[in-house]
Write a protein that binds this ligand. Structure first.
Ligand code: NI
Length: 140
């Protein structure tokens, strides 16, 4: 097995959300999600960690084209979610806007767009105390 390196790039955006699922009655939503179920939602300053793994290019010593990666993440993630209400994004039509699901949605958007190397994992820092990671199928 060839040596594998990884690089993690960090991005930030602000978004609102409300933890609520139509699949459960209102009182159960309230019980499970507590104040995060408040009707008007609330916001977070999200930090997203995108980790790409792969072999080093023998000439550049790089795993992936970071400039291109940044451009892709800005175009597909940041412009899409920054200063938006996540509950109104089509990706969350049937998904609660938990950090777990946000990491999963971001994986799905990026997995086929990594310039070189492979997406290894997505990290989502939601609050000081909440960090989520998702590792999905490398080919979707
Ligand atoms: Ni929240």
């Amino acid at each position: 097995m060839p040596p594998v390196s990884s690089i993690t790039r960090t991005y930030t955006f602000c978004a609102a959300h409300r933890l609520h699922t139509e699949q459960l009655p209102d009182d159960v939503n309230q019980k499970i999600f507590g104040k995060c179920n408040n009707l008007n939602g609330h916001g977070h300053n999200y930090t997203i960690q995108v980790t790409v793994q792969g072999e080093l290019d023998t000439k550049t010593g790089l795993i992936t084209d970071v400039i291109q990666l940044d451009q892709i993440v800005h175009e597909t993630i940041i412009t899409r979610f920054d200063h938006q209400h996540l509950n109104f994004d089509p990706a969350f039509k049937n998904l609660t806007t938990t950090g777990e699901n946000l990491a999963r949605v971001i994986w799905g958007i990026l997995v086929d767009q990594i310039p070189s190397g492979q997406l290894e994992k997505i990290g989502v820092v939601e609050t000081r105390d909440n960090f989520f990671e998702y590792v999905g199928d490398p080919k979707q």
